[in-house]
Ligand binder design. Structure first.
Ligand code: DC
Length: 234
């Protein structure tokens, strides 16, 4: 049991459910930092594309990843100091990140970096992803699993890029399948997670509900984070 890690607020759920908006809102209210762990998988996919590494070749993937400088600052993903926040949102990187996320060795490396990022901030962090409550921070006192039907998530995502609703729905379906059927750390609610169906709720309503749970479990907005910066490197 890691006592400091209990302060972490873990938010899991499928793509397009609103995890980032909710995590940022909750973090702001708590004086916490928010970490989008999906951005690490996306950055890894971008790196492999850049280095022309076959994503099925795990040894080659790990060789590139182990020396890479990945950082997450103020909501931006940096690779070797370059802000790649826009580049990692392309359709092809989105699809590649889900495939790459199946590799157990890659997950170990990224999870280690995510834990270090959070530890460097005194564990005052809202961390979003697919395996936060189950694997990355199983000791978190507040674990949330956000969910909404695929059509609702696809509608929310449509308009973020130039793709149509039908295309977005197809891609989300494919990612849902990959994320929930992979052998290592599949997308699944932790046993002790509180599930919130967001289909009929606004982001503010979801944030309010999460904050209520935080207060009930002793995580209070009065806790202010220490200043600090950290570079994730193995
Ligand atoms: O949250 P996102 O859509 O940006 O994540 C991109 C991909 O990364 C997603 O398809 C699955 C993977 N991922 C993961 O396996 N574990 C996480 N904690 C976060 C993301």
């Amino acid at each position: 049991m890691n006592a400091a890690a209990e302060r972490v607020v873990a938010i899991d759920g499928p793509g397009g459910v609103g995890k980032t908006t909710v995590s940022r809102g909750v973090a702001r209210a708590l004086g916490y930092q928010s970490l989008d762990t999906g951005a690490f998988y996306r950055a890894a996919a971008l790196l492999m594309r850049f280095h022309r590494v076959d994503p099925e070749d795990e040894a080659a993937v790990l060789a590139v990843l182990s020396g890479a400088d990945l950082d997450y600052r103020d909501g931006a993903m940096l690779v070797e100091g370059v802000d790649v926040s826009t580049a990692i949102r392309s359709e092809s990187i989105t699809a590649a990140s889900s495939r790459l996320a199946r590799l157990p060795g890659l997950r170990l490396v990224l999870v280690r970096r995510q834990r270090a990022w959070v530890a460097a901030r005194g564990h005052r962090a809202v961390v979003e992803g697919r395996d936060i409550g189950t694997v990355v921070f199983p000791d978190a006192r507040v674990k949330i699993y956000l969910d909404a039907p695929p059509a609702v998530r696809a509608r929310r995502r449509t308009g973020e890029t130039s793709t149509t609703f039908r295309e977005v729905a197809t891609q989300l379906g494919r990612r849902d399948r990959l994320d929930s059927t992979r052998a290592t750390s599949p997308l699944a609610p932790a046993q002790d997670a509180v599930a919130i169906d967001t289909r009929a709720l606004t982001a503010d309503q979801v944030i309010a509900r999460v904050l209520e749970l935080c207060r009930g479990r002793g995580i209070d907005p009065a806790n202010r984070p220490p200043e600090g910066s950290y570079r994730a490197r193995d």
